[in-house]
Design a protein around this ligand. Structure first.
Ligand code: DAH
Length: 336
């Protein structure tokens, strides 16, 4: 009997396995309900007292060896799962990607187009003073054209306001830089207007400005033609005479959109033509205001609303959608 236990002890000490099944068999064989150890405990009760001490010591040693071995095997199977052995190149759990706002998508596209012909991006503050938003742009106090843009003033101070257009960046840039100047100024603008499907009190514009020697109206037209061809794939444009205090002559630009679908009829009001921007030759009075010599330099400027262009490109009918940020709308721009 005692030799038998010695043999079992050897068996336990020499046992090696990495498979779960074998380890479980081993555990059942020794310490399972019907295992060897329980048999030995039964035997212990029945043998004469004189043999109990030796026998008890032996089976305790066996029991400890079994526990020790099981612990050892458990540790080994755990170290196998250490991070070093994990496949770090496997794909992570799926991450939800966001999407760019359609206003930004179109803004970036417009910047790209003008960058390709040498325009740089300029920036200005959204909280402006009267000089940069109005006066320097040839809109002195009491000029009736100030009513074209209903203004938000801050704290009753007529000199602190939210810019009504990005044309203010023209002034800031010309004050700091000498010609040649070729900039694009995208940004938010603010007008005290009733919110509806076609107008909002906050919206986005992109301003363009080119000042150099001998810049002509033909250059302006050519640049706009290039732009509309790149952005819309439509190169037929027309310029209608218009009025802006900061340009002379001034024009509004229409793109020929065509009348190929019912939507075309609706968005062009049945004419096939769409207005996309205001523009003109920078008024000499504006150049004087920023100490640029109008006898030496000429230039053109243009300004367009981004929302309008996004609505055209993506056939959206309500400007308020841009500001509600409904995820169901934004998600549609994921792949762009
Ligand atoms: N600032 C004008 C507006 O908000 C748009 C504009 C028209 C800008 C003609 C220009 C321009 O630079 O030349 O309606």
């Amino acid at each position: 009997m005692l030799e038998n236990i010695d043999a079992l002890l050897k068996e336990v000490q020499n046992f090696q396995s990495t498979t779960k099944d074998e380890i479980e068999q081993f555990r059942l064989k020794f310490v399972g309900k019907k295992g060897i150890m329980n048999d030995f405990y039964d035997t212990l009760k029945r043998i004469p007292n004189s043999e109990k001490k030796d026998f008890g010591q032996k089976i305790n040693r066996l029991r400890n060896a079994v526990d020790h071995k099981l612990e050892e095997l458990k540790q080994a199977s755990q170290t196998e799962k250490t991070p070093e052995k994990e496949d770090l190149s496997r794909p992570a759990f799926p991450l939800e990607l966001g999407s760019r706002h359609p206003i930004n998508l179109v803004k970036n596209r417009i910047i790209e187009i003008f960058k390709s012909i040498g325009f740089a991006v300029a920036d200005g503050p959204e909280i402006e003073d009267d000089w940069h938003n109005f006066t320097a742009l040839n809109l002195p106090e009491y000029h009736p054209a100030r009513d074209m843009q209903d203004t938000f003033f801050i704290e009753q101070d007529p000199d602190v306001l939210l810019r009504t257009h990005t044309s203010s960046v023209q002034i800031r840039y010309m004050e700091e830089n000498k010609p040649p100047i070729r900039i694009l100024a995208p940004g938010r603008v603010f007008r005290n207007e009733a919110v509806s499907s076609r107008s909002h009190c906050i919206f986005h514009q992109i301003e363009g400005l080119y000042i150099d020697e001998d810049v002509s109206f033909a250059d302006l037209r050519q640049t706009i033609q290039f732009f509309t061809t790149e952005l819309f794939g439509k190169s037929k444009i027309r310029m209608r005479p218009s009025y802006f205090p900061f340009t002379e002559p001034s024009a509004e630009v229409d793109v020929y959109w065509g009348l190929n679908s019912e939507t075309d009829y609706r968005i062009t009001k049945g004419t096939g033509w769409l207005e996309i921007m205001g523009c003109g030759m920078v008024d000499p009075a504006v150049l004087k205001n920023v100490n640029i010599d109008p006898d030496k330099f000429t230039g053109y400027a243009f300004g367009m609303g981004i929302e309008r262009i996004v609505m055209l490109l993506y056939q959206m009918s309500d400007i308020r959608m841009f500001f509600e940020n409904d995820v169901r709308m934004l998600e549609q721009f994921k792949s762009l």
